[in-house]
Design a protein around this ligand. Structure first.
Ligand code: HEM
Length: 430
């Protein structure tokens, strides 16, 4: 297949307005143009990898040559040099330090806190009440992370801070990355205020309380502190702060968004919702029994992957699928675009959890389903994220039916792919 340049560049800005205003159309259009397509962002050369095998190579074999890069990265602006933005040897060191926090057995111990967060939120609902699901699921996800990862005993007030500040930070960070003009100073002030609130939460979480922890023990924090006491290179107080910010930024919105999209999809597909309800009832709280719900979540992450666009930067010149990529160029791939490719998914726009029944997707290229990325930067919180989403859906779904108030909710592609708005009404199950 010939590799091609994306048409529609403006003189100075290049394709920047596309990414700002029609980002999903932008990535989907390039699919037909070639395995690796090129475009420009303010004269800066950029590439989109549309071929799953090449995406896989990019993330595995080529990860040394195509790293995260340091400049103008919207993640770095939020989380400093935390695990989500570091690279190379330092990233390897930090990954080794943090990974055990997300091992499967440990993740199981986080489930009760997440379940409690979901049940508490829903216990305030009344029959037929309209609910702003996005906001409420952010609060649930934040409560779950604060209680389980950080050992906060009464996380409600802090979770409220995170849920209120996070969307503003992500929205404005993303607008800044793709804005063609300077953003108005009011948005700069809103960004600074929201980011300040998140930093304040991270500071409070990272404070070592003299005379022993006042809260429940946190495996995550104690690992960081122990390593710090042993003198692990680069692990100063700022780095600990950055790792805490990373968990808040990477681990809350992604989960909340996935829960919202899944409720939305179930609301639009009552036949599938009924099967989920039956399964939840029969499983009586045992998450391992929920194989249909897991397929539902998998399919929801296919259609609406929260991380819809990932960027890398070529450290040195390289060839990618016949395309010459110069040093310093940005190389992107889009889970959203890959997940809706009709070459790998029949009827790709259809919500069909059964496509994930064993054996059905045989032959699917590895890079064609990448909601959690791949290779050295693969989501460290994947098992935790999936367990949180499943737990929240199962605990709320056991007692409540969530009915979307509008027939169609449009995805808004900012840092994450989130519902523009998601008004719903909640109805108690008989
Ligand atoms: C449904 C939920 C989630 C989705 C879809 C998701 C998606 C992703 C993706 C695509 C990446 C790779 C980014 C890249 O290649 O640059 C990533 C990385 C990461 N995620 Fe997640 N994530 C989820 C939940 C979580 C949770 C719950 C946490 C932690 C509490 C978390 C923490 C991280 C971190 C720290 C990284 C950086 C890993 C590294 O570079 O070593 N994520 N996530």
């Amino acid at each position: 297949m010939a590799d091609a340049a994306m048409p529609g560049a403006l003189p100075v800005l290049g394709h920047l307005p596309w990414l700002r205003w029609r980002p999903l159309e932008f990535v989907e259009r390039q699919r037909a143009l070639g395995a690796v397509t090129s475009f420009t962002l303010r004269r800066h050369p950029a590439y989109l990898v549309n071929d799953p095998d090449l995406v896989w190579r990019l993330l595995t074999e080529l990860s040394g040559e195509v790293g995260r890069g340091r400049n103008g990265d919207k993640t770095r602006a939020l989380t400093g040099n935390g695990l989500g933005s570091s690279d190379g040897d330092f990233h390897r060191q930090q990954r080794r330090l943090i990974q055990p926090v997300f091992h499967r057995e440990r993740v199981e111990s986080y489930v009760p806190a997440v379940r409690e967060a979901a049940e508490q939120q829903a216990s305030r609902w009344t029959e037929g009440e309209p609910v702003d699901l996005v906001r409420q699921m952010l609060a649930v996800a934040a409560t779950g992370v604060l209680a389980s990862l950080f050992g906060v005993r009464s996380p409600e007030a802090m979770a409220h801070e995170v849920a209120a500040a996070l969307p503003t930070c992500l929205d404005i960070a993303s607008r800044r990355a793709f804005a063609s003009t300077r953003l108005p100073s009011t948005s700069g002030r809103r960004y600074a205020a929201a980011l300040g609130r998140l930093h304040a939460v991270a500071d409070a979480l990272g404070r070592r309380v003299p005379g022993g922890p006042a809260e429940a023990p946190s495996f995550f924090l104690s690992r960081l502190w122990e390593a710090q006491d042993l003198g692990l290179p680069g692990l100063d107080d700022q780095q600990v702060h950055d790792e805490i910010m990373t968990m808040l930024v990477a681990g809350v919105e992604t989960v909340a968004t996935t829960v919202c999209w899944t409720f939305y999809l179930l609301g639009r597909h009552p036949d599938i919702a009924v099967r989920v309800e039956d399964e939840i009832r029969q499983a009586a709280g045992d998450l391992t029994e929920l194989s249909h719900l897991r397929r539902v979540v998998r399919e929801s992450l296919r259609l609406f992957p929260p991380v819809w666009l990932v960027r890398r930067r070529a450290a040195a010149p390289l060839r990618l699928g016949g395309q010459k990529v110069g040093a310093g160029a940005s190389v992107y791939f889009s889970p959203y675009g890959l997940h809706r490719d009709p070459r790998w998914y029949t009827d790709p726009e259809r919500f069909d959890p059964d496509r994930w029944l064993p054996g059905r997707q045989r032959g699917l290229p590895r890079g064609a389903y990448v909601p959690f990325g791949a290779g050295v930067h693969r989501c460290v919180g994947e098992a935790f994220g999936v367990s949180e989403v499943t737990t929240i859906l199962a605990s709320i779904g056991a007692r409540w039916r969530i009915v979307p108030a509008s027939a169609r909710v449009r995805p808004k592609a900012v840092v994450t792919l989130r519902p523009d708005r998601m008004p719903v009404t909640v109805h108690r199950r008989p």
